[in-house]
Design a protein around this ligand. Structure first.
Ligand SMILES: [Zn+2]
Length: 79
């Protein structure tokens, strides 16, 4: 396992799609290689942010209700 291997496997690694042996090998490499440690960490955080972002894409019923409330507020203010 070298840095190139880590880069090749990183998305599968973070998705949890790798078998245990590969996961252990990447973890072991990242422990001794600061560069890969940073890459794994940064990539994981980026994915977490991306996933969090999707939580803000409101489900349609919530969005519809929110729009209704906002429209009412606007009308109230204009009235
Ligand atoms: Zn490395």
């Amino acid at each position: 396992m070298d840095c190139q291997d880590v880069f090749r496997q990183i998305s599968d690694y973070l998705d949890g799609d790798l078998d245990d042996e590969l996961k252990r090998a990447i973890k072991a490499h990242a422990c001794g290689c600061h560069h890969c440690e940073v890459v794994v960490d940064t990539t994981r955080k980026t994915i977490e942010l991306y996933c969090d972002g999707r939580l803000f894409a409101l489900p349609v019923p919530v969005r519809t209700r929110l729009h209704a409330v906002l429209q009412r507020r606007c009308r109230d203010r204009l009235a």
